[in-house]
Design a protein around this ligand. Structure first.
Ligand code: CP3
Length: 341
């Protein structure tokens, strides 16, 4: 059966456009918070196929989105490479920081698919449970974004530790990127073989890189992942989301070979339509804060996104993840406006 999102990724337009939201399985949903409490730690939930499948399906049942996104996290890759990763309540992720070359020499260069086996099982369960028209998206973090957490040991406002590491010892940083390229590509291949219909590469911190470093640490590794995945899964559909890429986005799209580009909420819509959507389908780009705000501002912002992009291949989404404080009623208002229902 036809999956609207997969058709759009293949270059056709749909009216109204298909829609899903980044981080749609998460804390803004009361049913997620209830299940999260039962599971214990965040990683216990991620590595429990029964509960992770349930969380993946929650937003589909409630809102009828056109895609489900696998419930997992970008940081399971460093975890499966042997780095310690924990999620402390209210603090976000904590990793054992890697401050120099010896730090990641301790990591294995082969991803442990045994640790990730429950994630692949989640993919299989969700694909079986989903209505056929709903796409299942797998994902990974881009090597640069994952490296920012691996080096700093936590989220940072400006990704300074990873940027410093890369400037001080580019050769060592290249080794880390190589490990992440291989690991991420084989992680995506397993997700696709387990039943994911397409995958997204999240480069949340791409915008912290100046143009030369953007080419080296964002574009080049992403391009290698795209090539490796397609060599093992011919025709694999891949969405790239280099948040904050701005004027570098047209180059990112052409050089990486992704099938579609995720647009953040900051990008100029005319620029994105003329310089990005002219080449590939786009996805985005409602400001998550206007979804939180609601009201007339939300209607206007939805209309502006639709006017900019809905004439050509387009997937409606946010410009970054949904915020935990977002009222359910605002998501419903947004969906009505997009679908004209
Ligand atoms: O609904 C979905 O999108 C599915 C699952 C998903 C999660 N994280 C679950 C999650 C996805 C696609 C991600 C991606 C992710 N994780 C990224 C890239 C995209 C982005 O949002 O920037 C990054 C950088 C991470 C790393 C991460 N995981 C951080 C920084 C945090 C803490 C901050 C936060 O948003 O909570 C997490 C935890 C996390 N990942 C939660 C969820 C639902 C919250 C954990 C909880 O329930 O306590």
């Amino acid at each position: 059966m036809d999956k609207p999102i997969i058709n759009v990724l293949g270059g056709s337009s749909r009216k109204p456009p298909p829609v899903w939201l980044m981080r749609q399985a998460g804390r803004y949903l009361p049913e997620y918070r209830a299940l999260r409490e039962r599971a214990g730690g965040f990683l216990d939930l991620v590595y429990n196929p029964e509960l992770a499948a349930e969380v993946t399906l929650q937003p589909i049942r409630r809102f009828g989105f056109d895609a489900a996104i696998l419930f997992s996290d970008v940081l399971v890759v460093p975890h499966a490479l042997g780095q310690s990763v924990t999620f402390a309540a209210g603090e976000g992720p904590l990793l054992e920081p890697i401050s120099d070359r010896t730090g990641f020499e301790r990591l294995t260069s082969d991803i442990d698919h045994g640790i990730l086996a429950p994630v692949y099982e989640t993919v299989r369960r969700v694909r079986t449970a989903l209505p056929p028209a709903v796409a299942l998206l797998g994902f990974c973090g881009a090597p640069w974004t994952v490296a920012t957490y691996m080096v700093a040991g936590r989220g940072t406002p400006d990704q300074a530790p990873a940027r410093l590491f890369a400037y001080r010892d580019a050769a060592a940083f290249d080794v880390l990127m190589d490990v992440l390229v291989e690991a991420s590509a084989s992680y995506l291949v397993r997700q696709l073989r387990s039943g994911a219909d397409a995958v997204q590469i999240f480069d949340t911190w791409a915008g912290a890189l100046p143009p030369a470093e953007f080419a080296r640490w964002c574009i080049a590794p992403t391009k290698r992942i795209v090539t490796m995945v397609r060599s093992q899964v011919p025709g694999a559909k891949i969405i790239g989301f280099p948040r904050g890429a701005g004027s570098q986005l047209p180059r990112y799209v052409v050089e990486t070979g992704v099938d579609a580009a995720g647009l953040d909420w900051m990008i100029d819509k005319d620029f994105a339509r003329e310089r990005v959507q002219s080449t590939v389908p786009v996805q985005g780009n409602l400001d998550p804060l206007v979804l939180l705000a609601g009201g007339v501002a939300l209607d206007r912002a939805v209309d502006a996104v639709m006017e900019a992009f809905a004439e050509r291949p387009f997937i409606f989404n946010l410009g970054h993840g949904i915020l935990p404080e977002t009222p359910i009623a605002h998501v419903e208002q947004m969906l009505k406006r997009v679908r004209g229902s």
